[in-house]
Ligand binder design. Sequence first.
Ligand code: BG6
Length: 482
Amino acid sequence: IPVDRFDLVIFGGTGDLARRKILPGLYRRFCAGQMPDGARIIGAARSDLDRGAFQDMVRDAITEFGTGAPCEGATLDDFLETLDYMRVDARGEDGWDALKDMLRDDSDVVRAFYFSVGPGLFGDIAARLQSHGLATEDSRVVVEKPFGRDLGSARALNADLAQHFREDQIYRIDHYLGKETVQNLMAVRFGNVLFEPLWNAQFVDHIQITVAETVSVEGRGAYYDKSGAMRDMVQNHLMQLLCLIAMEPPSRFDPDAVRDEKLKVIRALAPVEPHHIVRGQYEAGGGVASYRDHAENPKSFTESFIALRCHIENWRWAGVPFYLRTGKRMKARMSEITVVFKPTRHSIFDIGEGEDVHSNMLHIRLQPNEGMTLDVTIKEPGPGGMRLVTVPLDMTFSEALGPEAEDVPDAYERLIMDVIRGNQTLFMRGDEVEAAWAWTDPIIAGWEARADVPKPYEPGSSGPEDALMLMHRDGRRWREIK
Ligand code: BG6
């Protein structure tokens, strides 16, 4: 679906995120014919570049980081023609008036400002957009994570932005919400009659959410060491997955209806007991340096892995544990949600000693190999009497939907286009972010107060042994990471 014409200004236009994700993503949308004639992208940064040098930089970035099907028809040169550049000093007055002159004064042209910079600059940029008259009644601002590092700093950022922009102009990115399969969670839950009646404490034993990565923190050690898995992944991405899995059905698929329901989930989260959290840090192995080497901090106590058990204190989920885990340098890249249902309330079959009680499980694979598997119990074929066996009812989206399912826009592409469309459904609202920090802050404060030391784990493993114990103690098992 084509979008309106736009002027998109990217602050931090020469930075890492712009080069890796934003600009290659825009190029893909251009190739897909979604960028209308007259759409313009303006890089703004401190570097002393001219338009030609910026275009060269973007050409290199697309060559290096571009993904997806090759662009047919429209050439890279055509895309580069949509680009411009302005040298701007976020903390001074240079460049702002000239940037304003570049923007079109036309109410049919959407005006959006992408803050692809550290949160320390959000307030400065927002203020200058106002004082130099670049912001209009309808212009939009897009802000990246990390949105603060605790409740206090997130509140301060929200307050800074709120001085200059209304909430409906602010788009806080959590790129997990832009992933196709993450949105699919809502389609699966609320588009089928099968699941929702069972989606509660009466039928669900527990839910697992795993986001395992094989990458290390090499190259990002300085940022990561101040953040750790809790701030980098749990407070945002895993919380968003938890919200989508656990929320009540919104009355309609509209931004505030969806975000109201997500917020209720976060607010209903109970504080986490210290013995329900396992922190880990990867050691050296397999030819890769240890976390501490990557962080260049031999004494670092920052976690590169976390597993925790939490509870949502509401009618639907009373007593149902949610187990979350995420880590770097793990055995495989696997993001998956598993809903483990309770066994049937009475078994009419004899279950032999040592045989497993069969439970249905729904595995939702977010990446890679996107799809869903439902474990179903059937009779084991053969003459051996009524013995039960569990078999997978499996659907891989790319097989079910054909090649189109493979060529979907990546998260950034989709989210940027949603900004232009003015659709905030897949963006975090200020109160959501604050509520998420309000839940994570005491957990982090607890570690700091106890000087908690993360458990070492072998790279290429499933994390520290204690993480397995977290579930074993409850008589449950993690899904294998593979
Ligand atoms: C980012 C984190 O937000 O998400 C990274 O800062 C992490 O540490 C990344 O690797 C994971 O995203 P994806 O899309 O690769 O699952």
